[in-house]
Design a protein around this ligand. Structure first.
Ligand code: CMP
Length: 415
């Protein structure tokens, strides 16, 4: 953990403690002097850290006096003063309301977000829930203490302070989430006004919580949602165009295959927004399985692999799909990642049966002539496609690649 992270953690802990301590203190709890001054010290220390974080986050220089003329540092400077000490030793015990000036320290609980930003492997759900879990109890506590300060409505102040507090928390929850159950009601005008304000806050706070929870549930299985959404659109499309039943079955089977093998995502579209060099690294990583499957790529130089992986695109073929036919222009070279491909001659005779790790389509590409045979997917096939342009690019930069492809082509021709 870096020192800045440690400061942020200190600031969050300080805000949390002050947020619980101050309201209790302000509604009349009289602590022993040692406790009072310890908290005073804690608030001052937290404020010093908060001032430091303020300048650090904004990138401002604290040497420039103008940078201090902002609300943030001014509030923190006020909290930096030993207010409890001033109130009790200099002004007298009647001035304990001065402590309210320390309340702005609580706002630094928001440091939780930059603190979480540091952990790059956090699940989005944690990132959203933790700030809520931290701030909600603080808010409830603050409102409950405010309610006690106003006399606790019809519940009135009990001789047991714990019971008074629990009743106030109960009132806060029912008022924040609904309009209350009516068992504890506001009696005086200030209490009624306070209840109105809390209800309005409740609309915002619980609206925020509900929308977050709903969002989290919807996103908990985003891949499936995305797939279902695609299926819905395809079904509507097929109905609209009165697609024959056997074609519908094929389309559904295709989507099922994409879902079970790729969780509904076709790699490229998702990654295209990344900067070039990160894309290359990522493609090298996600396409490493094709490197392991194609024998001649296993020992190939890193440069060649990086360039090749960058250029390869994926294609899924359904059973009996014709990948190309005799006479088509040679527009790409294909690597078989999974599945089998049949090479069929003009008269329908099978010339070859190629499996995982093999490549095909090189003859038309190298000789610049039309395809010499048909290529058919035997079952579902995952192919990696290298376009003609990409092939020329890679072949020019890496003659060993071209040599190998030519070697295989010559073997096939003489077979
Ligand atoms: P191309 O001519 O571009 O298209 C048909 C492809 O079938 C051809 O390239 C080769 O990749 C492949 N092919 C042709 N003959 C054979 C063979 N005997 N064994 C394996 N593959 C072949």
């Amino acid at each position: 953990m870096t020192s800045i992270q440690a400061f942020r953690l200190f600031s969050i802990a300080g805000a949390f403690l002050v947020g619980f301590w101050l309201p209790i203190r302000l509604i009349g709890f009289m602590p022993p002097a040692i406790m009072e001054f310890s908290f005073d010290l804690l608030i001052s220390a937290t404020s010093a850290v908060n001032i430091y974080l303020h300048f650090y986050d904004r990138g401002d220089s604290p040497r420039e006096w103008r940078n201090w003329l902002r609300l943030g540092p001014i509030l923190d400077l006020i909290c930096l003063m030993p207010l409890a000490f001033i109130a009790f030793l200099i002004l007298g015990p009647d001035f304990h309301f001065l402590l309210v000036l320390n309340l702005p320290t609580v706002r630094h609980v928001r440091q939780i977000r930059p603190f979480l930003d540091y952990f790059d492997s956090l699940q989005p759900i944690v990132y959203r829930l933790v700030p809520l879990v931290v701030t909600l109890p603080l808010l409830v506590h603050l409102i409950a203490c405010g309610w006690i300060a106003l006399g606790s409505g019809s519940a009135e102040t009990d001789s047991d302070p714990l019971l008074t507090y629990v009743k106030a928390v109960y009132w806060t929850f029912t008022t924040l989430t609904t309009v209350g159950y009516g068992d504890i009601v506001a009696r005086s005008i200030p209490q009624m006004l306070y209840a109105c304000v809390v209800q309005v806050i409740g609309v915002g706070v619980f609206g925020y919580i509900l929308s977050n929870v709903a969002g989290l549930l919807a996103r908990s299985d985003a891949a499936r949602e995305h797939h279902m959404d695609n299926l819905d659109k395809v079904e509507t499309f097929m109905k609209l165009h009165q697609t024959p039943a056997d074609l519908r079955a094929k389309i559904r089977a295709y989507y099922h295959y994409i879902w079970t093998n790729k969780k509904g995502y076709q790699d490229r579209a998702l990654l295209e927004s990344l900067p070039g060099h990160i894309q290359s690294e990522l493609y090298l990583h996600i396409n490493r399985s094709i490197i392991e499957k194609v024998p001649f790529l296993r020992g190939a130089e890193q440069d060649l692999l990086a360039e090749l992986m960058n250029e390869l695109k994926t294609r899924v073929c359904v059973p009996d799909e014709r990948i190309f036919k005799v006479g088509d222009p040679g527009d790409a070279l294909y690597f078989i990642h999974s599945g089998d491909v049949r090479i069929v001659g003009r008269g329908g005779e099978q010339i070859a049966y190629l499996s995982e790790g093999a490549f095909f389509g090189e003859m038309a590409l190298i000789s610049d002539r039309p395809r010499t045979a048909n290529a058919m997917a035997s079952g579902y096939c995952d192919l990696y496609v290298l376009s003609k342009e990409s092939f020329s690019k890679v072949a020019t930069a890496h003659p060993t690649f071209l040599d190998h492809v030519q070697e295989v082509m010559n073997e096939r021709r003489s077979a």
